[in-house]
Write a protein of this length. Structure first.
Length: 643
């Protein structure tokens, strides 16, 4: 029901005219009983505080007066579980690896279809959100503006979501697929026929699908927090279908799980980064380095990223992200110019064409086809889908923090396509160069986990010592920015989504990251890391269900966004005005707004007096006590407030 039944009127000479004769109070084909019921509801229930849901401007959680107390249950449970798994990795790394591998195989065989279906569904959903009618919705109030410049925004996305993996997997994954082609192709290993399948599978794993997953969580969190005024927690995303979910047991379990996958997912990546740092320093100095170097390096880096995390996003991450973006661009430009330039330039467009051509074949590989397919999915595709899903709370919450004020169209365009384009170019330059060197008979193979490939590639080019140092610096900065971002996000999730978490909680999680990364390497090196990666695949299974729920819940909210309500009214008003104008005036009419019977108006089929459409806003601005949590305690962990 619409409380203000205006209609765009097609008038010949005047826009101020009464409803058409014969239509007042009567809708052709309408049902009198339903009209009476609507009239009674309209008379008894005006929109809350007289505010029409189509005129609600939106509100940020920071403007609601809501408190951000430390959630002791989430903080303590997450910390206890992390310490238990840390102890397991330290005392029995082989057992951790065995259990993780067994669980991973079980998930791949039985639920690989769910991962594939979910990621494809997420891609379609995000494209509809960004480029459909909802694309003009702003992640914030109607008058909000972005907090960061576009360049700084892209730089922070670049560092947080790409990071160490860009340098580690850039040359390694295409070379691995070239030497051992994926099951979606019949190409012979190590031949020119294997080049395009190697590149297309790397694009599949590293480009747009990963960023669509991040964009789903980041966009939903930004929308809930900066437009709907809710706490920026994963559990808050289910408010439309699960009211007050973040204060219930299930909601707290979801938030604990989000903290854990962020902690161990980041620790795993930092462990890989530490291995690559050790390899790089060994190649530069010509000396074999042991665990002592790892301890010193991670200790120093932990101190650095803890200071950066406490300094806050604006002071820490932005400066390092901008600097590192310059470094990696220079490194990529050097490899392109000093390496097989024309081979890489030829490879880029044909790889993109081959990617879209082979996409159905790559997505239809499943474990039931045989042992080869199962092994490939376990080592690559399903592992990546699970890893990106596990990282989505971390990267998504960070993206949400830096994307306030953007429209959904801007958000999807930049978050999905800009990092994807960067990844595609990067993988083509470094992966293509590594493949070319192998074809030319140079020493270019994958040793161990593959941490050698980048430095071997640079070693085959001029100024190898200088470029290796630049690469090492980039890894170090990526290490710091990833850990910095993760510590801030975990602190925020532990404190009801506080935009700037307290220093004490941030220090706890930053220290935990450093200790876990160090312990995993000292306890078993790659075995502990691979075991943890395997467990992450299993942990990602329930989070996959959560992401499906996020799509359902967020889609429901977007349909009832104030902008979408105004759009619905506009379309109905224009349709009605055109029909009336043509019927009464032929070609000679213009539009004007005029009151009509409520069954004729633009909002005749919309229940604008539903309190749920406005109470989320009016409660926030009129009655802060409704949304305030318990009184916030001092920023000391030992004084944390119970939920």
């Amino acid at each position: 029901m619409n409380s203000d039944p205006l209609h765009f009127d097609g008038a010949a000479n005047s826009t101020d005219r009464p409803p058409a004769p014969g239509l007042q109070g009567q809708k052709p084909g309408g049902r009198p009983v339903e009209r009476v019921k609507k009239a009674l509801r309209h008379a008894a229930s005006e929109p809350t505080f007289g505010l029409h849901p189509g005129l609600v401007p939106g509100i940020s959680v920071e403007d609601t007066g809501v408190g951000f107390p430390t959630r002791r249950s989430v903080f303590i449970v997450a910390l206890a579980v992390s310490l238990a798994i840390l102890t397991w990795a330290t005392l029995a790394p082989a057992n951790l690896n065995l259990v993780g591998t067994t669980m991973q195989g079980w998930v791949v065989v039985r639920f690989g279809w769910l991962f594939n279906a979910t990621v494809v569904g997420i891609v379609i959903f995000m494209l509809l959100v960004g480029f459909g009618p909802t694309g003009k919705i702003r992640l914030g109030a109607d008058d909000s503006t972005p907090e960061y410049s576009t360049l700084s925004w892209i730089s922070m996305l670049f560092a947080a979501g790409l990071g160490i993996g860009l340098i580690f997997y850039g040359p390694m994954e295409p070379l691995s697929h070239f030497l051992s082609p994926p099951p979606s192709t019949d190409a012979e290993a190590g031949t020119s026929d294997a080049i395009l399948p190697a590149m297309t599978d790397a694009f599949l794993h590293q480009a747009s699908i990963a960023w669509c997953i991040y964009a789903l969580v980041g966009g939903a969190l930004a929308y809930a927090s900066y437009r709907r005024g809710r706490l920026p927690l994963i559990s808050s995303l289910f408010e439309p279908v699960f009211p007050d979910g973040n204060n219930r047991v299930l909601g707290k379990i979801i938030d604990v799980f989000a903290v854990l996958v962020t902690l161990f997912g980041t620790a795993t990546s930092l462990g890989i980064g530490a291995l690559q740092i050790r390899t790089g320093v060994s190649m530069i100095t010509g000396k074999e380095l042991g665990n002592g170097f790892v301890v010193v390096a991670i200790t120093i880096l932990t101190v650095v990223f803890t200071i950066s995390a406490v300094a806050g996003i604006k002071k820490g991450i932005r400066l390092m992200s901008n600097a590192n973006m310059t470094l990696v661009i220079l490194l990529a430009a050097f490899v392109l110019l000093a390496g097989p330039t024309f081979f890489v330039l030829d490879l880029l467009p044909v790889s993109l064409i081959a990617f879209f051509d082979n996409l159905p074949n790559m997505l239809t590989v499943f474990a039931g086809q045989g042992a080869t397919e199962e092994a490939y999915l376990t080592a690559w595709t399903t592992l990546y889908w699970a890893w990106w899903i596990s990282w989505s709370p971390f990267v998504g919450m960070f993206i949400a923090k830096i994307s306030k004020g953007r429209t959904l169209r801007q958000f999807v365009t930049v978050v999905v396509f800009v990092p994807s384009a960067i990844s595609i170019v990067w993988f083509t330059v470094f992966g293509g160069s590594a493949i070319w060197m192998n074809l030319e008979g140079r020493d270019m193979t994958v040793v161990g986990a593959g941490e050698n490939v980048m430095f071997d590639l640079l070693g085959n080019l001029p100024f190898s010592t200088v470029t290796s140092v630049v690469c090492l610096v980039a890894i170090l900065v990526f290490f710091v920015t990833a850990a910095d971002s993760a510590a801030n996000v975990m602190g925020s999730m532990s404190q009801s989504g506080r935009p700037v978490p307290s220093k004490s909680v941030t220090i706890v999680w930053a220290s935990a990251l450093g200790l876990i990364s160090m312990a995993l390497l000292l306890a078993g090196g790659r075995n502990a890391l691979s075991g943890l990666q395997s467990i992450m695949v299993t942990c990602a299974l329930p989070f996959t269900i959560i992401l499906i729920g996020v799509m359902v819940s967020w889609g429901k909210e977007l349909r009832n966004d104030p902008y979408m309500i105004r759009r619905r009214y506009a379309l109905e008003a224009i349709r009605g005005g055109v029909r009336r104008g043509i019927g009464e005036h032929g070609d000679d009419f213009v539009f004007g707004a005029a009151p009509v019977s409520e069954d004729e108006g633009a909002g005749a089929d919309f229940e604008s007096d539903d309190p749920a459409l406005t109470e989320w806003y009016t409660e926030a601005v009129q009655d802060p006590d409704v949304v305030e949590g318990p009184e916030e305690q001092p920023d000391k962990v030992k004084a944390a407030t119970a939920d």
